[in-house]
Design a binder for this molecule. Structure first.
Ligand code: AKB
Length: 315
């Protein structure tokens, strides 16, 4: 069967790269990119629709027009921006998801993808190798909207049979797209500043370890999960996904191997530090390994080399 794939939030950090990957696999016309903003350069290569996920009629129109077989709902407000606009973050992250799940039931959408995050964990979750199932007490609006969203995903799967699949993404690092207002954004910004200015002021402290992943791995993981046979998937809330774990100081050391004059400094009292301190340092992704053979390809050295090589040509 030929797929019709709707990507909502296509201009964002994940959406930009996912649309490219999906169009390479399925052909440009089979992938409808949509966003609240006009298409970016990468999304201009096929059908595009303006959409506001909070607007039910607007969303219904897209489902009626395209009858998508797969929907990727990526529109969200991330951790740092969410703390500045908590009510809006809650509304957008929840209303968007529930509307899409309802339309998936009504229009019999074969598969839905929705991203969760390491932000579902909180101060009392284990910090090292955080397991799939443990205490979860997120204290950001983004984090508890993602945790509630995971519950809704599992609920729609169990009650209505929606084949919804999800990943708890770590911080994502890529050169094709900009990060969107999260706590892990430093790990992308540092590369841009290293190449442009030779120095970077990190808003997280030198020793703040966080789970991270190179975008190539994240896209591969997303497509693997979406292609996995349904009977193999034991998690219908959201899968833990492990990649690399490093601190700003370790990333700076790695960058220095390519740019020996690079200097890093650290700001104090940034509100994102408290968010980072409440999150895991590394993730146990045994379920993803067992259920759909997940294995990351990029370590810190490979990711840093690839980022610098590719970014050099765009700056
Ligand atoms: C953020 O920092 O908010 C995101 C995330 C880890 O979900 N990158």
């Amino acid at each position: 069967m030929s797929e019709k794939i709707l990507v909502i939030g296509a201009n964002g950090q994940i959406g930009t790269e996912l649309v490219i990957a999906l169009r390479n696999i399925h052909g440009s016309n089979q992938v409808i990119a949509s966003d609240i903003h006009n298409p970016n350069q990468d999304n201009n290569t096929g059908p595009f629709e303006l959409v506001n996920v909070m607007d039910k009629d607007n969303l219904r129109h897209l489902f009626e027009k395209y009858r998508p077989t797969q929907v990727y709902l990526l529109a969200a407000i991330l951790s740092a921006v969410g703390e500045k606009q908590p009510k809006l973050a809650w509304d957008l992250n929840m209303v968007g998801l529930i509307q899409v799940l309802d339309f998936a039931v009504e229009f019999k959408t074969a598969k839905v993808f929705w991203p969760s995050s390491i932000a579902v964990f909180g101060p009392h979750s284990p910090k090292e190798n955080t397991p799939q199932f443990c205490i979860m007490d997120p204290n950001t609006v983004y984090g508890f909207s993602k945790l509630a969203g995971e519950r809704w995903c599992e609920y729609y799967y169990l009650k209505y049979g929606v084949d919804v699949r999800s990943i708890r993404y770590p911080g994502l690092i890529g050169w094709k797209s900009a990060p969107g207002g999260g706590t892990t954004d430093y790990a992308v910004n540092i590369f841009h500043e290293a190449l442009k200015k030779g120095n970077y002021e990190s808003f997280l402290s030198a020793g703040t370890a966080l789970p991270m992943m190179y975008m190539d791995d994240a896209i591969r993981a997303t497509l693997s999960l979406m292609n996995a046979p349904a009977y193999k998937l034991s998690i219908r809330s959201s899968y833990n996904l492990g990649g690399i774990s490093f601190t700003p100081a370790q990333l700076a050391e790695e960058i220095k191997k390519h740019l020996p004059d690079f200097k890093i400094s650290y700001s104090e009292n940034d509100p994102r530090q408290a968010i980072a301190d409440s999150w895991p340092k590394s993730i146990d992704d045994t379920y993803a390994q067992q259920d759909w053979d997940w294995k990351p390809e990029y370590d810190l050295a490979a990711m840093t080399a690839d980022m610098l090589t590719n970014l050099k040509n765009t700056i």
